[in-house]
Design a protein around this ligand. Structure first.
Ligand SMILES: C[S@@+](CC[C@H](N)C(=O)[O-])C[C@H]1O[C@@H](n2cnc3c(N)ncnc32)[C@H](O)[C@@H]1O
Length: 392
């Protein structure tokens, strides 16, 4: 592909990303993969270049652009070499017409920038939500130890006890230590959130929103494979990925439970009042993960945000019913919005005055209301809110 044909391809992918954001369709990485599946003539350099252009444009534009071309033109205003490729040659984009729409640059749609600012995230801190994430790994303490493990490349040790950082794109999945389950890919923030939960050997732990088990595996390691660890979720596809991962990691204490949405307590009826710890890694807007999925900023609307907060409240109520007296809930969202963090904890405590939020002792993070927050700018992690609640 010529450089200008790559620009046109990126414009076409962006059209689909914009449509996907409006209609809650597929995320950008899947749309890029689909685009190239239908264009086998594109080589790996073409794919890389188009992907890079797509993500640069998404990061660059604030409001949802009217079209892929408007998004790319906005990026081209900052890059004369890119603008020069709008030359109408071959398969390249048509030349720029006077007065044609150009998307606004910015971190995110205005309403969301305001909600972030109200949550104490603005300026460089907001901008760094759209930076590039490194690749963090957790050494699986069930099979290895950070000090003793011999990896093909040395990683940078981080504050979480088993965390190592590698440059973004390091192909750790090809390493024998990955295939043997000695290491797992897990963002440092996610590792710290699990650390805050302080799961212990012999405990009964429920990971209520386990998904594909990123945090479940971390909990199993903290529990040294002793105790009970129930991993539940309402998404069959995600939960089905957990068993092979657990097998690889040697995490034998994990049981999985698929629940019907809105009938979670029926599925969990045998576990009421049983848990020392319930981890609620709640579904959320994902504002803390924009480094990996920047198009998520275009998918969120005030109405969708409201829906997330409602389900977070409901999951906290369910978690309270599962916890034994004196037990605890670890509430986690990968969001920097107070609406999905400290506000949820405040609302829960207002309705459940026998529960108290505990101070977290984490090596990294900043207090935010009733919990602790991690963010890309100050802590180099994905954005997370974590709170620990204990019942009387
Ligand atoms: C943030 S993700 C969990 C990520 C996972 N804990 C990990 O570390 O990889 C939130 C999960 O909540 C699940 N979920 C959505 N609604 C739910 C519900 N009503 N009950 C339990 N899980 C739910 C989603 O399917 C999704 O897997």
């Amino acid at each position: 592909m010529t450089p200008s044909a790559r620009v046109q391809a990126a414009i076409e992918v962006l059209d689909e990303v914009i449509e996907g954001a409006r209609a809650e369709g597929a995320p950008a990485d899947r749309l890029i993969a689909k685009y190239f599946k239908q264009r086998r003539y594109a080589g790996s350099k073409d794919r890389r270049a188009v992907r890079e252009l797509v993500y640069r444009a998404i990061r660059h534009c604030g409001e949802v652009p009217k079209s892929g071309r408007a998004a790319m033109l906005s990026l081209a205003q900052t890059d004369p070499a890119l603008l020069a490729l709008f030359d109408g040659e071959g398969h390249g984009p048509k030349p720029v017409c006077e007065g044609e729409p150009v998307a606004e640059s910015g971190v995110a749609p205005v309403w969301l920038v305001e909600r972030l600012a109200q949550s104490g995230v603005e300026g460089d801190a907001a901008q760094s939500m759209l930076g590039r994430a490194p690749l963090d790994v957790r050494v699986n303490a069930l099979k290895a130890d950070r000090d003793g493990i011999d990896l093909p490349e040395p990683g940078e040790p981080l504050a979480a006890p088993q965390a190592l950082r590698f440059p973004s794109g390091t192909a750790v999945e090809q390493w024998p230590q990955y295939r043997d389950g000695q290491i797992e890919v897990q963002d440092h923030g996610s590792q710290l959130a699990c650390l805050a939960a302080r799961a212990m050997p012999g405990e009964t732990v429920i990971d209520l929103c386990a998904g594909a088990g990123g945090k479940t595996l971390s909990l199993a390691a903290a529990m040294q494979n002793e105790g009970r660890l129930l991993a539940s979720d309402t998404d069959r596809g995600r939960l089905s990925k957990l068993a092979p991962r657990a097998e690889r990691a040697g995490a034998g204490i994990i049981e999985t439970l698929l629940m019907n949405p809105n009938a979670e307590l029926e599925a969990l009826s045998d576990h009421l009042g049983s848990a020392d710890l319930v981890l609620v890694d709640a579904p959320c807007s994902g504002t803390g993960t924009w480094r990996r999925k920047p198009e998520a900023k275009w998918r969120l609307t005030p109405e969708r945000l409201q829906k997330y907060t409602e389900i977070q409240d409901r999951l906290l109520d369910i978690a309270a019913k599962l916890t034994k007296p004196g037990g605890r809930i670890a509430f986690i969202t990968c969001s920097l919005l107070d609406a999905e963090g400290t506000d949820r904890i405040a609302a829960f405590i207002a309705d459940n005055p026998t529960w108290k939020a505990e101070q977290l002792e984490l090596p990294v993070g900043e207090p935010r209301g009733n919990g602790t927050r991690l963010d890309p700018f100050h802590h180099g992690t994905d954005g997370f809110f974590v709170a620990i609640l204990r019942s009387a």
